[in-house]
Each structure stands twice: as structure tokens, then as C-alpha cells.
Design a protein around this ligand. Structure first.
Ligand code: IMP
Length: 185
């Protein structure tokens, strides 16, 4: 079967294909624009997005939403991570964190999947800390200022190592488990 990955980022399709290939599911990129609601809850953003896409007659798809939640900033930038990355960026986050001893943070990815008329929603988490400077050249977004092991930032990790521990990798593996339960081989 095929699942449409509805995103403007084609890089995500390969990441998902990696986790779903063994289930005999083919991931197809579908750059289908839909209105993203702004709420303070990732799950709600995904649920409303799924509603909007279904109302256009689409089925068998996945969408996702990711946020970086920083403990000492009370969960900021959270659901506003994309906007904050585009505006103040990593240097702005580091400035907001100046003098903060508590560097704890977590990435969360919520995936919504419409499959065979059913809805599956899962959330993957990756805990870590915010560094005091940007490091590394790989990856994207907040990768240069986030470390899961306190040593290397996500920008300093090979992609397969990042995927093995990341929020999106964890969410994709949870979704694969849920699909396997519903479609036993
Ligand atoms: P989106 O939900 O995938 O659009 O991501 C929201 C924001 O979080 C964007 O600014 C992304 O750059 C950032 N982001 C998402 N996933 C990651 C990641 O794995 N590493 C670093 N930043 C990420």
C-alpha cells in the first residue's frame, strides 16, 4: 500500500521510507497545502490538519508537527518553533538562554496517520539539553544547539545516528508498531 506524506519538505519522505519499507508500505511525497491552526498543543495542530485534509477528500496520508520545548523558557518555542526559527533563529534562542543553569529541553514530534479509514496519532520525544554555542554543520533547524548525549549536537551526528534517537525517528517507530498491530503480516 501507499501512504502520502503531506509536507513541503521532501527530506522527510526518505526518513519515513526508512522506517516503513519493511512493512511493505511505500511513502509518496505529496506537497498538498493545508491551513495549519495555531494552538498551544501539537496534537491539536495535527488533529485539525487531518480534518482539513480529509475535508478535501484525501485519505491514506500522514502529517507531522514538531516542536522544541525548553524547560527554563516554560516550553517556548514549542508549537511556534517554525516561526521562532525563521525570526530570532538559534542565536536568538541562545541569547534567551544566557545565564540559565537549567539547559533541559525536548523535541516532540506528533504524527497523524489516516490509514484504511482509521486514525492513528503518536508522539515521539527526544530529551536533551541546549548548548551554549552553535556547533556542527549537518542537519537543519535547531540541530546545532541541541544535544541528546551532552557531548555532540544533532548537527555533529551522522544522519542514521540522529534518526536512531530522534523525536521523529521515535514517532515513526511508534507509528510503525501501531500499523503492524492493525495489519499483521
Ligand atoms: P516542522 O513541524 O517539521 O515544520 O518543524 C517545526 C520547526 O522545528 C522548524 O523550524 C524545524 O526547522 C524545526 N525542527 C523540526 N525537526 C527538527 C529536527 O529534527 N532538528 C532540528 N530542528 C527541527
Amino acid at each position: 500500500m501507499k501512504l502520502k506524506v503531506i509536507t513541503s519538505n521532501p527530506g522527510k519522505v526518505a526518513e519515513y521510507q526508512n522506517e516503513f519499507g519493511h512493512l511493505g508500505i511505500e511513502m509518496v511525497h505529496c506537497p498538498f497545502p493545508y491551513d495549519e491552526v495555531q494552538t498551544s498543543d501539537l496534537g491539536e495542530v495535527v488533529a485539525k490538519g487531518m480534518e482539513a485534509i480529509r475535508s478535501k477528500g484525501m485519505s491514506d496520508f500522514i502529517i507531522d508537527d514538531t516542536g522544541l520545548f525548553i524547560d527554563s523558557l516554560k516550553g517556548f518555542p514549542g508549537v511556534w518553533s517554525a516561526y521562532v526559527q525563521k525570526t530570532i533563529g538559534n542565536s536568538g534562542i541562545l541569547r534567551l538562554m544566557e545565564g540559565k543553569e537549567d539547559r533541559g529541553a525536548e523535541f516532540r514530534t506528533c504524527i497523524g496517520c489516516d490509514i484504511g479509514g482509521e486514525t492513528i496519532v503518536v508522539t515521539g520525544v527526544c530529551r536533551g539539553t541546549i548548548t551554549t554555542e552553535e556547533r556542527g554543520t549537518d542537519g537543519f533547524g535547531y540541530d546545532p544547539i541541541f544535544t541528546h548525549d551532552g557531548r555532540r549536537t544533532f548537527s555533529e551526528l551522522p544522519l542514521d545516528e540522529k534518526n536512531a534517537v530522534s523525536h521523529r525517528g521515535n514517532a515513526a517507530r511508534l507509528l510503525a508498531e501501531e500499523i503492524k498491530k492493525r495489519r499483521p503480516a
